[in-house]
Design a protein around this ligand. Sequence first.
Ligand code: PMP
Length: 419
Amino acid sequence: MRTIHDKPLHSSGVRDFFSKYPGFLPQQDTLLNCKWSQRWFSWLQASVEEDTYTFQEVLQGRSGAEVMINDMPFCMLSSYDYLGLIGHADIEEAAIDAIRTYGTGTGGVRLLTGTNQLHEELEKSISHFKGTEDAMVLSSGYMANLAVVAALFSNKDLVIADEYIHRSIADAIKLAGITAVSFRHNDPDSLEQVLTSYSSTVRKLVIVEGVYSMDGDICRLPEIVRLKEIHGALLMIDEAHSLGVLGPQGRGVNAHFGIPAHQIDIFTGSLSKAIPSNGGYIAGREEDIVYLKHGGAPYMFSAAATPANTAAALAALRVMQEENWRFDTLWDNTHLLIAALQEAGIRTGLSATPIIPVICGDNESALHLSKKLFDEQILATAVIYPAVPEGKARLRLCCTAAHTPELLHRFVHIIRRVR
Ligand code: PMP
């Protein structure tokens, strides 16, 4: 009998594609007659030729500290599974039970026929965990950001976002046609300059992330909250990488700084990182949630989170609170890895959290380093321009509670050798 292991594995067909169509370039009269396609195909071809393409590697089985690729064990150093909860027996059981009770799909969008008891329970759990009045669950964190920005703001308003804000927020701003300006990354002085340079009558939304997804630094929330209050602005925090990571029991960035949740206007987050499921949430005031459940397009026009995903997220929230040792291990590992890399003379940028960039400079350097590590059976993915500013390409390492100190030391030993 054939199993998945018998199939040849490719990086999502990219290598295969260029062996079939060497030198391929998009033609004028096709779908690919679009702005970036020539550039992408030239780049893809070069990285396949130089053998530096290590994206979309196909994992056999679960993700975790150790994964299988091409029937070989690899050390995973770029997974968002911060608490090491992928594969937790209680979470898997909850997902399987949910399928038995509720089926595999929801048969609709949340607003119409797609809401079930698990969604309600998860929303109560999230709002309780975050200390907000209410919460709503959507099918991804991307959708959550889109829902908040596009449903609550328009071209009459001003969005003031950190320059390194996530793509989903940038897309939401574009979609809603909102005027947006950015302030220097995590710099309250720069935010203050922007806030003072616009009329006090314009409605302003400041958007930050709890932990920045590319640099791993923590948002300077106390100063930002002070500024938003002085200038009468609203504040949205994307907690995709801070929920489950910062604050007591992982309650997030405001808890980390001891700031009550009601001082933040609205939170968004993902259920696919520290919480090992899929989906997104919005948490905030009751009236805002009621409105977003009727005015947020991604909630109304995209399928509800599946029963398995919803139940897994619910179980994970409970496990997180029961297994506090995971936070201690996550942070012990984080401190160990940052210190060991710095001792080895490796630049880790602004990182103060489990997201640890290894700054390489140009795209090629980051890709080559990622490939050298791949050859040593280590998966540490490169993040390159345009996902990060030009000249700041990097490996983005993510520490988790599932790593062991031995494994992290071995990684540092190897990166020091191959760099
Ligand atoms: N916000 C940030 C900061 C993210 O990093 C991500 C995903 N990487 C998202 C939002 C989107 O979350 P999801 O994957 O659940 O759509």
